[in-house]
Design a protein around this ligand. Structure first.
Ligand code: ADP
Ligand code: DP6
Ligand code: CO
Length: 321
């Protein structure tokens, strides 16, 4: 018996960057994201005949690289009073892994869904979101399509994501500019822990509620300008915290700054676009349909052989067997 689930990545417009409880992944802030159609993970779970094994993109992973997956599965088996039996997990990322393009969001949403399907656990989407959250916080939002909100809550029971708008009509597109897709040195889990030493960490948390409210209003008013400006500000706040942590660190690379400068130039030319950046050097451009072509042309002429993926709203979790 095998069970397969697919989940899409999501990009946070109001970001999660700080935990209150690391083991349960209870965040210090609520976050809001857009699920993407272009990037996703397919994950299959089957009974093991021998040891537990984790295959990623067709390659058997080392025990060190499988640890997070099996620690997670063990947690879920304990939670549901299941026998701690060995399982084989086979996953394919249609997104670069560990490069700041949110592979952990689609990965743990797909894994939580495949786990429940495998064990016939009748979890509703709220419960699935809570289970995904335990694997990777951002995965709580990938259970849903369109725009979703992860309410921070203050316990396992109350910290989960829900849909703001599953099928948005908004003219909103995202161009993922893949500047550098090698594995980052500082995982998101580590980065957000280290960031708490910044003197700006408290102000960052204090701004969350009002930023979330403003973002919800921008979406409800179909106001691309307000959404883009606020998403860019929120991302820069997160990266400013990293740069002011003790010791400081940054996910930016020289090309990240070049890309930011290009976006500023495009705006000066009247092409409206904004950026957001996660825990990695790659930049995502928020724009509207009429400007996609020109923005891509500009990035292609500024960066040699850069891969650009155009995305818009994607669906929530789906199953294929
Ligand atoms: P990202 O920016 O890609 O989300 P993170 O540091 O948040 O980077 O998470 C990367 C980690 O997520 C990987 O080291 C791995 O443990 C886990 N991961 C990524 N893809 C998968 C997958 N398909 N199945 C299980 N775990 C995965
Ligand atoms: C910058 O969800 O990857 O992408 O919970 O430790 O697995 P863990 O972290 P993760 O962090 C995502 C951080 C972010 C912002 C966001 O997606 O909200
Ligand atoms: Co991640």
């Amino acid at each position: 018996m095998t069970k397969t689930a697919r989940a899409h990545t999501n990009i946070a417009l109001i970001k999660y960057w700080g935990k209150k409880d690391a083991a349960l992944r209870i965040p210090l802030m609520s976050s809001l994201s857009m699920t993407l159609d272009a990037f996703y993970t397919d994950t299959t779970i089957e009974k093991a005949t021998g040891s537990s094994d984790f295959y990623l993109n067709g390659k058997k992973q080392t025990p060190a690289n499988s640890k997070r997956v099996f620690a997670y599965i063990k947690k879920l088996q304990q939670r549901f009073d299941l026998k701690e039996e060995n399982l084989v997990v086979k996953s394919t990322n249609h997104v670069p892994t560990s490069a700041g393009l949110a592979s952990s969001s689609s990965a743990f949403a797909a894994l939580a869904a495949a786990f429940c399907a495998f064990y016939n656990i009748n979890a509703d989407k709220t419960q699935l979101s809570r289970l995904a959250r335990i694997g990777s916080g951002s995965a709580s939002r990938s259970i849903f399509g369109g725009f979703s909100i992860w309410q921070k809550g203050d316990s396992d029971e109350t910290s989960y994501a829900y849909v703001l708008d599953e099928h948005p009509q908004m003219d909103l597109h995202l161009l993922a500019i893949e500047l550098d897709t090698k594995q980052k040195k500082i995982s998101s889990t580590r980065g957000m822990k280290d960031a708490q030493s910044s003197p700006f960490f408290k102000p960052w948390i204090a701004r969350n509620e009002s930023e979330l409210k403003q973002m919800i209003a921008a979406i409800k008013n179909d106001d691309f300008t307000a959404l883009g400006k606020l998403a860019e500000l929120n991302a820069n706040e997160m990266h400013a915290i990293n740069l002011t942590a003790q010791p400081e660190f940054t996910y930016f690379e020289p090309d990240t700054i070049r890309a930011i400068k290009l976006i500023e130039t495009l705006r000066d030319k009247g092409i409206e676009c904004y950026y957001t950046i996660d825990a990695g050097p790659n930049i995502k451009v928020l724009c509207q349909l009429r400007n996609i072509k020109e923005i891509i042309e500009n990035f292609e002429s500024e960066f040699n052989n850069v891969k650009i993926v155009s995305a818009s709203f994607g669906p929530g979790v789906t199953y294929s067997d």
